[in-house]
Structures are given as structure tokens and as C-alpha cells.
Write a protein that binds this ligand. Structure first.
Ligand SMILES: Nc1ncnc2c1ncn2[C@@H]1O[C@H](COP(=O)(O)OP(=O)(O)OP(=O)(O)O)[C@@H](O)[C@H]1O
Length: 231
């Protein structure tokens, strides 16, 4: 999915300007880290890509569609193309890990046999096959996070947004999750990862966009890391 952001500004209240005049283009299939200190506007920017937050000024277009022009009836269809893992995983507490993922396909009307197969595949991919029958409160934080990732990718989204996907994870699990995100990228999905984890950014190098107090202060495209390990 291709993203064009033009003069984007978000003012929550007279003294809270979360984003100031952002210009940013992201091509189909790119991987972008969104970095910046706490409160710099990363989450606000991502929530504007899903149209949860509307601009005060400026424009966000995905694949040439100006999000302001989307009708509320077309919003759910538009969002099916976007996989999201935000800090609150919002897993359904009364469904197992497997059911949390399958539920997405059920809502989208995918035939049952196909839904079962796709859910099995993705649960296996995130390394939760042996945990698939457990309820969210029986899973560790890192396992819940991987259920959230599985749920976000089961519908083969064209854009994947992750807010601090490795926050609170040990080094080993963080690495596992990161490789998972790189494999989603390798399959052609546009990926945006908001993170404070400088180690991650230095290890798996990709385009880096930095915000500071709502302004875009850095955009570096050099030194890509690919899933095959080439730098
Ligand atoms: N719904 C809201 N109402 C009012 N202010 C908000 C709202 N959402 C965000 N803000 C403010 O906008 C600014 C940017 O917040 P945002 O969550 O986008 O930053 P962030 O870079 O994601 O921070 P963190 O790294 O801590 O998650 C902050 O000052 C925040 O308090």
C-alpha cells in the first residue's frame, strides 16, 4: 500500500499540537521505523493512517484515496487491508488464541474450511501451535503479542502497523517478533513500526523516520537489512 502524507497537522487542544506539518511518502512494500521520544506523535500518526484520528489540517492518502473522503460505511472494508498491533492487544478474553485469530476471518465471511486452514498456518507461523487452545489470560505478554500479530496478518493486509511491538519482551522474543515482521515485509506488505528500541533499529536496518515534538526531523533510507541477512 502506498502512503502520501501532505502537510499533516493534528491539534488536540490549543496547547497540544501532536503533529505539525508532516510531509511523508511511503512506497508500496517499504519497511519504515518510526522513532522519536515519548509524546513525539508516533501513535497519533499511525492512528491517522487507520482514520481513528482525523487531521486538523493536511491530508493522508492510501493508494490515492484521501481518507477524509471515505464514507463511514466503507471504513470497515478499508480497514480490512490494514493489520494493526497497538499496545493494547485487545484480544477477546473468552476466546482461545486460535479462536481470536479465526474470528477475524469469520467476520469477513471467509468459508469455514478455508478459515481453519489459514488460522492454522498463521498460528504456526508465529510459533504458537502448542499454545493455540489457551485463553489470553493463560498466555504470557509475549505470547499475547504474537496472537495479536497473527490476528493482524491472517487477512493478508497490504499495510501493517505495529506500535512498540518489542516493548516489554526479552531479547530472544523481541528478535523472534522482529523476524516475523521482516517476513511480513518480505511477502510484499508495507510495514511501519513505531519503536524506542534503538538496538532493533541498528540491528535490522531499514528506513528511519524520526519525529520530535510533532515535527519530522529525520528521514534516512540507507543500509537496508533483508530477511536473508544481507546488509
Ligand atoms: N486523544 C488525545 N487527546 C489529547 N491529547 C492527545 C491524544 N492523543 C495523544 N495526545 C497527545 O499528543 C502528543 C503525542 O502523543 P503520541 O501518543 O502520538 O506520542 P508517541 O510518540 O506515540 O508517544 P509514546 O512513545 O509515549 O507512545 C502527546 O502530547 C499526547 O499527550
Amino acid at each position: 500500500m502506498e502512503i502520501h502524507i501532505n502537510g499533516l497537522t493534528k491539534i488536540f487542544s490549543p496547547n497540544i499540537q501532536a503533529l505539525s506539518d508532516i510531509y511523508l511518502d511511503i512506497s508500496e512494500g517499504e519497511f519504515v521505523y518510526l522513532i522519536g521520544t515519548t509524546g513525539s506523535g508516533k501513535t497519533t500518526l499511525m492512528r491517522m493512517l487507520t482514520r481513528e484520528v482525523l487531521p486538523t489540517r493536511g491530508q493522508v492518502s492510501l493508494d490515492g484515496i484521501d481518507l477524509r473522503r471515505l464514507s463511514s460505511s466503507s471504513l470497515p472494508y478499508f480497514r480490512r487491508d490494514i493489520g494493526v498491533v497497538f499496545q493494547d492487544y485487545k484480544l477477546l478474553p473468552n476466546l482461545t488464541a486460535w479462536e481470536n485469530v479465526a474470528f477475524v476471518l469469520e467476520v469477513c465471511g471467509v468459508p469455514r474450511a478455508e478459515a481453519r486452514e489459514r488460522t492454522d498456518d498463521v498460528i504456526d507461523k508465529v510459533g504458537l501451535w502448542n499454545r493455540r487452545g489457551l485463553m489470553p489470560d493463560q498466555l504470557s505478554g509475549g505470547e499475547q503479542q504474537r496472537v495479536a500479530i497473527a490476528r493482524a496478518i491472517v487477512n493478508a493486509p497490504r499495510l501493517f502497523l505495529a506500535d512498540e511491538p518489542t516493548g516489554n519482551l526479552d531479547v530472544h522474543t523481541a528478535e523472534y517478533v522482529m523476524k516475523l515482521l521482516l517476513s511480513i515485509h518480505a511477502a510484499g506488505t508495507t510495514v511501519i513500526v513505531a519503536t524506542h528500541d534503538q538496538h532493533l533499529v541498528d540491528t535490522y536496518r531499514q528506513r528511519v523516520v524520526e519525529l520530535h515534538m510533532g515535527r519530522l526531523v529525520r528521514d534516512e533510507r540507507e543500509g537496508r537489512y533483508s530477511i536473508s541477512g544481507d546488509l
